[in-house]
Structures are given as C-alpha cells and as structure tokens.
Design a protein around this ligand. Structure first.
Ligand SMILES: [Zn+2]
Length: 585
C-alpha cells in the first residue's frame, strides 16, 4: 500500500509522456490532412533547419502575434508556416509580407512547429550578439591578404607569421587568411579536417584537392566554433551533420559561403564551398561550344517548349551549362522558376527555389507549374515521378531544363526508359540531349609545345578522321603539354573548360528510340546531325592547345570512340618503320 502513491506517480508520468507524444503525432497527422484539403503544403519545423535570414524577415513579436514563422528564403520567394488561414491576424501578416514584395509559399504546421520556430529567435539574438562582438571577420583584411597570396605556399607562410600572436585576434586572422588564400587561388572549396596531431587545411582548385597547411591542433576548437556560429549552426551539437551559410562583401563582390559539417573520429570536419557570383554571369559564349553545336543550341533555345537535358556525372559542369542556357533565354517578359538542390548561384530576375524534405523535386515541380512559368529548370531527374512531371510540363507549353546522371548524351534515352517513361513520348517531349565533361585548361604562361608521338598521332587521326565535314591534321603534328609556373600554382593548368556532345531529337532519332533504343542504334540515327562527338570536340581542343591529350584521356574514354570507328589492329599497320622504332623506345 505504501508503495502505491509512488508507483502511481511513476506510471502516471510515463503515461503522460506517451499521451502527449500521441497527441503530438495526431496533431501532425491532422495538419497534414488539413493541408491537403485546403491545397497548402505541410511542414514539420521541428525536423527542419530554419534559414535565419528567412526567420528574421518577420520580427519576433509580429511572428508570435500573427502565428506565422518564415523558414526559407530564395530571392523574394519566402516560405512561411501558419497554423490556420482563418485567423485575422495571420491573414493580415501574410498580406503585409506580400505588400513588401515577397512571393509566399504557404505551409500549414502544428502549434508545436510554430513554438519551435519562435524559439529560434532566441538563438538568432545570441548569434548576432556574438557575431557583432569578436566574431566579425573583416573583409578588408581578407582583401588585403589576397594580394600577398599567389601560390599555395604563400598561405602557409602567412599562417606561420601569425603563429606568435597570442590573443583572440589570432583566431580571426587565421580564419581571414584561410578565406583570403582560397579566394586568391580561386579555390571552390575549403576543407578543414581534424586529425590526431594536426588540423589539415586543403583547398579544391580546378577540381583537384590540394594540401595547403597543417594548423596546430590547439586552434581547432576555437576555429570550428567561430565558423559554426558564422554559418548559423548549433554550437553544442557535435554528433550530427549540420548545414549552414553566410556571406561577406569583398570589394564589389558578394561571396556566399555554404558550410557543412560532419562528426568524425578526431572531431568535426568542415567543408565550405565558396560560391563565386561570376559563375552565375557565365554566358553561353564562355562555354566554348564548337561552332556546329553553338548553332544547334541557338536554335534549340528559341523553341517555346520541350526538354533540354544535360547529362554527365557529378562535377562535369552540368549546372554551369544549365545556368548559361537560363541566362541565354532570360527576358523580362518570361517567367523563369527553378527548383534546385541546393540553389548554387543566384541569378537576378529568376525565381529560384530549393528542395527540402517537404519540397521535393516532384512536389516542388507541381507547385511551380501552378505559378504559371514559361521556363523551368529542374535540378535533376532521378525518379519516375519527376521524369513524368517534367515531361508533362514540356508537353504543356513550357521550356524545361534539367539534368540526368548518365555517362553520355545517348545514355539519357535508355535512362528515361528505365525510369518508366514511354519511349513513344520521349521523341515528342525531349528537344536535345547534351553530354559533357570538364577538362583542365593548359596554363598559357608555361605550356610546352612538342611533336605528337606516333601513338598520340594515330589516336588523334583515328578520332578526327570521322570529324563531320572533315578535319585537316597538320604535318608535323604539334600539340601541347603542361609544365608549371607561379601563375598556375605549379600544376601546369589554370581553369577548366567543357567538352561536349549532343543529340537533337529529330524524326530519325525519334524513330530509333521507339524501335530500338540501344545506344549505337541511336548514335547511327544521329550521324546526319553532324555534331562532333565528345572525343572529337575534346581532340580539337587538344589540337588548339587548350588542353593536353593526356588530360583529355583522363576525362573522356577515347578508346571506345576509336574502337568503334577503326579496328585496333589498323593502328600499327599505318606506322612507318621510323615511327615504329620511336614507338619501341
Ligand atoms: Zn603555368
């Protein structure tokens, strides 16, 4: 008997928790079905990383009074969560936001979600308070430091110099130098990886990771804390992956930094991607398309509807090409909406949205279609639902740009069929399928010219002899290779450029896709289009000294193209005895 009150109390609290969990789940379920009923989307903010920039678009008091939490922002597209659309104060606040020029994406959410949203204001106040204090990194100092850095070693030298500073300033200066170095060397990413003894600092330059410097282990905690605060991550969360971002102005340029952190054995490791706004201003001329393909693209971009698909593995420059196409079709009277994962570069005048757990490519694309766009960009087609929605959009009067993760342009057709798209529809919905890779560009200051070896010569001939309308190979055959100098960080290369191939969907190709969508059949059907293959396009860039043959071979499978055109055995037959002896050497 004596135990009873104790037991009762114990049971009760357990039951209480269970009940409240259950009620919570019920409320979430209810909101989800209400959202469906009223044509809104649904969001659970408790599992969502709220974008602080969006949150702060509504002052805390207003947010609480109107029961509206802003949680995502892309340009003027503001995603807001509300509990009910019937509340007068909610309505009023939404109208105010629209009057301020925001386009609203409205989600329904539970009261618990709203409470979670309100609680983020407190974090924001702390973060801003700290940021305003010691956290500020000084863009002027960064700019000054970039001028003293021209090769990777300079970053290490500069970091060594500030070793003796014994104050808070040391951390700020270290972080400033890390950014200055990355910007001066045109790195795309900064990697900070803790190891047992040191912290490894690496940059990715032209697609290749480069060791820059080993920082002292004792700095690790303070550097990571500051970078986490700067990018709006939760400071004391060390066991979970987190994403964040921040930006700073460097002279006339706005540098956006996208940070991600993951837990590891020796501590969290951080990668920061530097988004260079100049990429968004990348125009189609800078893609260096060969004249034939440039003409084809020009025609394709004038069409009012249909799918333009770029293919290639991750890091092949698909997104850069799509941005260039978007810029080419961008006119004030056209409405362009994108759905990306994530938004990598911002383009003025285009509504860019970003996927989230509640805003997937499929659901987002359907929402975008209700916004009456002319042109749509879908970051990637990776399932049947997205494929079908994109095709539907293309068939209902929209020009749709997207990417497929395949190895070649021709590989895009079987890929779409694998995803469940009817082969008879592909021909009418798809306008063009492009394939691409990035090759490093030889440094102009130090590249070395030489006469092609017999092996290289026969490879070049094998690929260029089927060049549409012919290609005259000079004799002697002079090409270039890399050397290395201060200008190119002793790598021999500076920058990258795309090599391309494309298949336009004309009657012949459409017929082949329906009859027998095997790659070589479709390739045959497309021969008459006279668009150089990726190997041919790359080889012309080798002939012009843009890149080296070895670099092209690294990136594009040349043996396959060669094998299809000329049997392997013919190569040695063509060699003269002189060639032969140098071959043996
Ligand atoms: Zn060089």
């Amino acid at each position: 008997m004596l135990q009873l009150p104790y037991m009762k109390k114990f049971d009760d609290s357990g039951l209480h928790t269970q009940m409240s969990d259950l009620r919570q789940r019920e409320e979430e379920n209810l909101m989800q079905s209400l959202a469906l009923q009223y044509g809104y989307k649904y969001v659970n903010l408790r599992g969502y990383t709220i974008n602080p920039e969006a949150l702060m678009k509504i002052p805390e008091l207003k947010s609480r009074a109107g029961q509206v939490v802003a949680f995502e922002l892309n340009r003027r597209l503001l995603s807001v969560a509300i509990h009910t659309h019937r509340d007068q104060k909610t309505k009023q606040l939404l109208e105010e936001l629209e009057a301020e020029g925001f386009e609203l994406l409205i989600y329904l959410c539970s009261t618990a979600s709203l409470e979670h949203g309100y609680s983020r204001y407190a974090d924001q106040k702390n973060a801003t308070a700290v940021k305003k204090g010691v956290l500020d990194i000084n863009p002027d100092d960064i700019l000054k430091s970039t001028k003293s850095i021209s090769v990777p070693e300079d970053v290490g030298v500069a970091l060594m110099k500030i070793r003796t500073i014994n104050s808070q300033r040391r951390i700020s200066e270290t972080i400033e130098l890390i950014f200055a170095g990355a910007l001066a060397l045109k790195a795309s990413d900064i990697h900070i990886e803790p190891e047992e003894e040191v912290i490894r600092l690496r940059y990715r330059i032209d697609g290749v990771l480069l060791d820059i410097f080993d920082l002292e282990q004792q700095l690790y905690g303070r550097i990571i804390s500051r970078l986490k605060l700067l990018s709006g991550m939760i400071l004391n969360e060390r066991m979970e992956a987190q994403d964040g971002r921040f930006e700073f102005n460097l002279a006339e340029r706005k540098i956006e930094v996208r940070a991600s952190i993951i837990p590891g054995a020796s501590g969290e490791s951080m990668v920061m991607r530097l988004l260079d706004p100049t990429v968004a201003s990348f125009n189609i001329d800078k893609l260096m398309l060969n004249p034939r393909l440039a003409k084809v693209m020009d025609e394709q971009l004038k069409r009012p509807n249909g799918l333009v698909i770029t293919t290639g593995p991750t890091g092949s420059g698909k997104t850069t090409a799509l941005y260039a196409f978007l810029r080419a079709v961008h006119q004030p009277e056209k409405k362009i909406i994108t759905i990306e994962n994530p938004v990598e570069y911002k383009i003025d005048g285009i509504v860019q949205t970003q996927t989230s757990p509640d805003y997937t490519f499929a659901s987002g694309l359907r929402a975008i279609l209700r916004q009456d766009p002319d042109i749509i960009m879908v970051g990637e087609i990776r399932d049947r639902e997205v494929a079908e929605t994109a095709i539907h959009a293309a068939q209902t009067g929209h020009l749709v740009f997207t990417t497929l993760h395949t190895n070649s342009a021709v590989g895009g057709f079987p890929r779409l069929i694998d995803l469940g798209v009817d082969s008879r529809i592909i021909g009418s919905a798809v306008n063009i399928m492009l394939g691409q890779r990035l090759v490093r560009v030889l440094c102009d200051k130090c590249k070395i010219q030489y006469e092609a070896t017999p092996r290289e010569k026969s490879l070049i001939e094998a690929i260029l002899q089927t060049y549409p309308d012919g290609y005259i190979i000079p004799n002697p055959l002079i090409i270039y290779k890399e050397n290395g100098c201060d200008v190119c960080n002793h790598t021999g290369f500076k920058g990258r450029v795309g090599v391309f191939e494309a298949i336009v969907i004309d009657n012949k190709v459409e017929e082949a896709v329906i009859r027998d969508p095997r790659e070589h059949i479709i390739m045959e059907a497309a021969v008459g289009q006279k668009i150089p293959t990726i190997a041919q396009d790359g080889m012309v860039k080798v002939m012009n000294g843009v890149t080296s043959l070895i670099e092209l071979e690294r990136v594009v499978d040349l043996s396959q193209t060669k094998g299809r055109e000329i049997p392997e055995t013919n190569d040695s037959d063509n060699l003269t005895t002189e060639d032969f002896s140098s071959h043996i050497v």
